[in-house]
Design a protein. Structure first.
Length: 422
């Protein structure tokens, strides 16, 4: 009695069940990891995402490790004058250190998929061993599937390597843009502090000190409002409650708070950038504030246009990071390859296919997940939930420190030097 038709039905059922459960497992993982905002932070997130109609609804309440912070706690953290973390996860290049890492690695990201497919392959091996006498055509059919699998492996490896390289370029570009924003803001600080007029003892004149303090304050405020406009986890910083917290911290005045509250939250940093520029331009009209006013004026405008071009590239880079059809094709390619892997590996290696399935799933699924993490550098879509994303609070805190660095270091020149110049 031929059992080809029953086996064909069984094989179809296996593949269908695998595809369904693999998809459901990914959905369960995604929904289980969705954190929530609380209070005003939740309202801010909802308001923010109403302005991002292209965002997947299942990701709209996503947050990073600050998931249940109050707005006051957010304000305290982003107004800190020193960084509490590094901008990325740090590591030692030693083999032992790298092998012992779990948080922030593809192992943490892929272990559920590896476990699922490995268990399925083990069950498949057991069933084949039990019913090997009832399905004499099994090995022949699996060998045919194995040929297709080997051809797809070559294509998947090639495409996935290029996809990873493209994704890493996006990540490095976003980090570079963040550092360049810091650099242009620090350039403004050192230029203003260097040109500030001083008395006979080398101390900054009171009027010049007011200008320097105002510029330092606007720099911090600009950085906070800018990242709140592009990073979804920082949506609580766009609320009126956050503006009140900034006023309590001395970051804004009552008049400035009223003006910012009347503006759309995602455009406030543009206004603050103009405030920053106008302070210097007006101060250059007063000969009691700066030396070499004409030189400072033109150099400052050059730095400001560079700053605008740099921060304007950030949301553009987020929107234009990759073609959707490309990402869709790579996802289909990897998923179909991994679905066939337990059957094809079984035809090649028998019971050793359990180990082979685990290794191949770890590497291929890991490469895809790593690529997605690189495409989501600010963790806007939850691809960096394991902790390996750009820590925006660190970028803000480093900018806060830079706003005071040159102001304090050049507050007073050595009297001997000052007398020599005079």
């Amino acid at each position: 009695i031929s059992c080809t038709r029953p086996f064909s039905k069984m094989k179809t059922a296996f593949v269908t069940a695998l595809a369904i459960f693999f998809g459901l497992s990914q959905c369960v993982v995604a929904f289980a990891s969705l954190p929530t905002y609380s209070g005003a932070a939740q309202g801010a997130a909802q308001a923010y995402h109403r302005g991002h109609t292209h965002v997947n609804p299942s990701l709209r309440a996503r947050s990073d490790h600050h998931e249940k912070r109050t707005v006051d706690e957010w304000v305290d953290e982003v107004t800190a004058m020193s960084a509490t973390r590094k901008v990325t996860l740090q590591f030692s290049p030693s083999r032992w250190h790298l092998w012992s890492r779990f948080k922030g690695t593809v192992v943490q990201k892929t272990w559920k998929s590896v476990l699922f497919l490995t268990v399925f392959n083990a069950v498949l091996c057991f069933k084949v061993h039990i019913f090997r006498d009832l399905i004499p055509t099994f090995r022949t059919q699996m060998e045919m599937l194995d040929k297709l699998w080997h051809m797809q492996m070559t294509l998947t490896t090639f495409i996935l390597a290029f996809f990873l390289n493209k994704s890493y370029t996006v990540w490095t570009d976003m980090l570079s843009l963040g550092r360049r924003i810091q650099g242009r803001l620090n350039d403004v600080s050192i230029m203003v502090s260097t040109h500030a007029k001083r008395d006979e003892n080398g101390l900054v004149l009171p009027k010049a000190q007011i200008v320097i303090d105002t510029i330092a304050r606007y720099k911090r405020l600009f950085c906070i409002t800018f990242y709140a406009s592009v990073v979804k986890t920082h949506a609580p910083l766009t609320t009126d409650e956050a503006l009140a917290g900034f006023e309590r911290k001395g970051l804004i005045t009552a008049d400035e708070r009223a003006l910012l509250a009347a503006m759309p939250p995602r455009t406030r940093h543009h206004a603050i950038c103009q405030w920053l520029g106008n302070v210097v331009v007006q101060a250059c009209e007063d000969d009691s504030v700066f030396y070499q006013r004409a030189n400072l004026h033109f150099s400052f405008l050059d730095k400001m246009t560079q700053l605008r071009a740099t921060y304007g590239s950030v949301p553009d880079k987020i929107d234009d990071r990759l073609n959707m059809a490309y990402a869709h094709f790579v996802q289909l390619l990897v998923d179909s390859f991994l679905i066939v892997t337990p059957f094809a590996a079984l035809a090649d290696m028998g019971n050793l296919s359990v180990f082979a399935t685990a290794v191949l799933t770890m590497f291929f699924q890991g490469l895809l997940d790593l690529s997605k993490m690189f495409l989501d550098p600010y963790n806007n879509e939850g691809q960096g939930d394991n902790g390996d994303y750009l820590v925006v609070n660190t970028l803000i805190q480093e900018t806060n420190a830079g706003s005071e660095r040159f102001k304090d270091l050049t507050k007073r020149f050595p009297p001997s030097y000052w007398r020599g110049v005079g």
